[in-house]
Design a protein around this ligand. Structure first.
Ligand code: MN
Length: 314
């Protein structure tokens, strides 16, 4: 069988602004899922928020809500956030630290700006990684990593959050071949090494960055398909980016609200269980007992049947 050579795919993914949390919502810039690109490797959700001055405000207030079939990756650039979950975990994170929650069959968590804060600034990213089908029903877990490996070149420095970058592996638990790294570049032209088997997304976190020649505003991402040995990064001034990548998923995902599943009936079951948990029932999600106040109810199901979708529309 012969295959026509297809031109390489590079696409600028512009974010959409979405309110996060309950009534006191914070606006976030969401690049994944995107219209044409729904996943990058197993990365299935990318929110970038801030910088915000939260002096005299509640800051981030996300009441208890559930997750299934995914890992949440919490990463801060400025400020601090308190994570509490239904396993009883309570963990504050600061810039340079990773909170990794593996939802498996079900977990609930709340994320809040702590009452006593290290800073009045808040800036970070909230990412999801889809679990492969054979791992998505596993028991939930929570891990905190304060000490992550760093890869350095003359003009850039990468902290490896998840998976491996340039041969250096994060201690955090990953279930698919993946990379998540925060890269700080000096002003100038750089080349970052890539894994040829991976597709990648480069999320701009600061002004003045271009990836493979495409200008990216903060919160925008440049998507690159596989078979690339490296990527050109141009920086008008010193700046930060997030490198995400992985082997393209060979599964179709059904993402609805905070759930990652495979079919409509699973989503109905997850939603029903969560609504019972909101009323205090003992379900697969448990209870975030340390949180005072009501949990987030799930939105109504749409009238149509939900369908799983492929990672990339061609
Ligand atoms: Mn969450």
């Amino acid at each position: 069988m012969t295959r026509e050579a297809t031109p390489p795919t590079v696409e600028l993914l512009e974010p959409r602004e979405v309110p996060l949390g309950g009534q006191r919502a914070m606006l976030v810039r969401r690049t994944l899922p995107h219209k044409n690109i729904r996943t990058i490797g197993a990365w299935c959700f990318v929110d970038d928020y801030g910088p915000a001055d939260i002096a005299g405000t509640d800051g981030m207030q996300v009441p208890p809500h559930p997750h299934t079939g995914l890992q949440t990756v919490s990463w801060l650039l400025e400020g601090d956030v308190l994570h509490r979950d239904s396993l009883g975990s309570q963990q504050r994170i600061e810039p340079g630290q990773l909170n990794l929650m593996t939802a498996g069959s079900g977990i609930a968590h709340a994320e809040q700006s702590p009452e006593t804060r290290a800073s009045d600034a808040l800036r970070g990213v909230q990412l999801w990684v889809a679990l492969p089908d054979d791992q998505r029903h596993a028991a939930p877990a929570f891990d905190h990593h304060a000490d992550l490996p760093v890869v350095e070149d003359d003009s850039w420095r990468a902290t490896v959050l998840l998976g491996s970058f340039d041969g250096v592996e994060s201690p955090a638990r990953a279930f698919t071949p993946i990379v998540g790294a925060e890269v700080r570049v000096d002003a100038g032209e750089h080349r970052l090494p890539l894994d040829r088997a991976f597709e990648h997304g480069l999320l701009a976190l600061d002004e003045g960055l271009a990836f493979d020649g495409l200008q990216a505003q903060p919160g925008s991402m440049v998507y690159l398909d596989e078979e690339r040995p490296d990527v050109a990064v141009s920086a008008a001034s010193a700046g930060r980016l997030l490198l995400l990548g992985g082997i393209p998923l060979d599964e179709e995902l059904l993402m609805w609200w905070n759930f990652v599943a495979r079919d409509h009936d699973e989503i109905v079951e997850m939603r029903t269980a969560w609504m019972q948990a909101v009323e205090g029932a003992d379900t697969r999600f448990g209870q975030v007992t340390a949180y005072e106040g009501p949990s987030l109810p799930a939105p109504a199901m749409p009238m149509t049947r939900l369908r799983a979708r492929p990672g990339r529309r061609t």
